[in-house]
Design a binder for this molecule. Structure first.
Ligand SMILES: NC(=O)c1ccc[n+]([C@@H]2O[C@H](COP(=O)([O-])OP(=O)(O)OC[C@H]3O[C@@H](n4cnc5c(N)ncnc54)[C@H](O)[C@@H]3O)[C@@H](O)[C@H]2O)c1
Length: 420
């Protein structure tokens, strides 16, 4: 007999997880505090964008395997996949996790499984989940199986990666880890490694911190190479020919809801020790201002100039703007009197200064900044851009354009991380 599973939080993580279990024959109670999500789901519709998810959800709702509610229903397994955003002071906002855990206290019973999927600071299972579940009067450590099983999927490939990725399951004891591992084996083809809860929490944070620190190194090298009059992109390319070196790429900053956020969850808990992690976050956060200052150097003054920015999302070929460093760059330019800003990003529909086509965005512009390397930008006719601009200055923050080609067209081409 398959367990009945209640998934709390039906966003980018919870909904695909719920649909995946449902399409593998489990009865799923989907819970979201957002009534819009619940109403849409019960009609077989979704309000988030993810390839193939609409079809999968439509099928499992139609077959009655997935039903949505605004409140949790009695089940055998509870999977918590609610947001863990960051507060202004760079600490984790755990209110959604706390609310979701509290909401199952009245219905949780002996023998149930509780899984936290939300990315969380270390010790969340021990210090938040277990104490709240104790309000149920159960003998939690003996009566319940509790584990953290962090998610590693990438939006755009979620349904593929849910199945193929390796997973970590960290339980409050070995039985919890084993029970939860067996559950995910319903659809996970990757390896599932078991450990304790705090190690699993730390693994998820470490994965994104590794990438953040590596990018910070690339950004610092970019600044150093500019001072030396050499090209950091060459330094990185040739260094990576070493069989044991894998430097990441510099850029205008780090965005998104994972790499730019998760390292703070470690810093929050260990501010005296997490020096490198803290510094790396600050180096990456300094990049929008660095690009802003470089723009000023190129133009002499920013007053009364027109700046055109290509791309405002946090990474290429998606519409996701969460924590995008380009937003901060725009805000820095907005402080300059008389400045005009225009933006072209074919993936984004709602943002200020957006122009429908790249050529109107470039009209009478003094500086074109390549902020995001959307593949589509390769199709731009740079000759035409040159005709539209008032002054043909380019600042490429992603090593996207061909220097020689643009110089031949008469552009003053500037590359982040390359000194003159
Ligand atoms: N999106 C990703 O690519 C990704 C990848 C790895 C890990 N994560 C982590 O997974 C977690 C969830 O992220 P997401 O992207 O799915 O978030 P999301 O914002 O897309 O969805 C979360 C949903 O939870 C609902 N919710 C909030 N409080 C609730 C409650 N008390 N009960 C029931 N539902 C509630 C919200 O209404 C929302 O629909 C976060 O911790 C995130 O860091 C996300």
């Amino acid at each position: 007999m398959k367990e009945k599973i209640c998934v709390l939080g039906l966003g980018y993580i919870g909904l695909p997880t719920a649909a995946m279990f449902a399409s593998n024959g489990y009865d799923i109670v989907g819970v979201d505090v957002n009534k819009k999500v619940v109403d849409a789901l019960n009609k077989g519709e979704i309000i988030i964008e993810e390839p193939y998810l609409d079809v999968m959800v439509r099928d499992v709702v139609k077959s009655g395997k997935l039903k949505a509610y605004v409140k949790p229903q009695v089940s055998d397994v509870y999977i918590i996949a609610v947001p863990t955003p960051i507060n202004e002071d760079k600490t984790a906002d755990m209110s959604f996790v706390i609310d979701a855990t509290r909401s199952i206290v009245p219905i949780v019973k002996k023998g149930d499984i509780v899984i936290l999927e939300s990315t969380s600071p270390p010790k969340t299972i021990d210090d938040i989940i277990v104490p709240i579940l104790k309000e149920s009067k159960l003998n939690v450590e003996e009566d319940l199986y509790i584990a953290h099983s962090p998610e590693r999927v990438i939006p755009g490939k979620i349904l593929f990666e849910l199945v193929e990725n390796n997973r970590i399951v960290g339980g409050i004891n070995e039985e919890s880890s084993e029970k939860v591992k067996r559950l995910y084996q319903a659809f996970v083809k990757g390896d599932i490694y078991t450990t304790n809860a705090t190690t699993a929490e730390m693994c998820k944070l470490t994965e994104n911190t590794f990438r953040d620190v590596n990018i910070a190194l690339a950004n610092e090298l970019a600044k150093i190479c500019e001072e030396m009059g050499i090209n950091v992109w060459d330094v990185i390319k040739f260094s990576n020919k070493h069989p044991r070196v894998n430097l990441h790429q510099p850029g205008p900053g780090v965005g998104g809801h994972c790499i730019a956020v998760d390292p703070w969850f470690i810093v929050e808990k260990f501010p005296q020790i997490a020096n490198l992690i803290n510094l790396s976050r600050n180096i990456n956060d300094s990049m929008p201002e660095y690009v802003f200052n470089k723009s000023r150097k190129i133009l002499g003054t920013l007053k009364d100039k027109k700046i055109t920015i290509l791309g405002v999302t946090y990474k290429p070929d998606v519409d996701d703007m969460r924590e995008s460093p380009i937003i901060e760059l725009v805000e820095l330019f907005e402080e300059i009197s008389g400045i005009t800003i225009s933006i072209y990003d074919p993936f984004v529909e709602n943002y200020k200064y957006l122009e429908k086509d790249v050529y109107s965005a470039c009209k009478d512009s003094d500086l074109l900044i390549l902020g995001v390397n959307h593949k589509l930008f390769k199709e731009i006719d740079m000759n035409k851009v040159n005709d539209y601009m008032r002054c043909s200055n380019i600042l490429d923050t992603r090593n996207f354009f061909e220097n020689d080609q643009l110089s031949n067209l008469g552009f003053n081409y500037n590359l982040l991380g390359k000194g003159k």
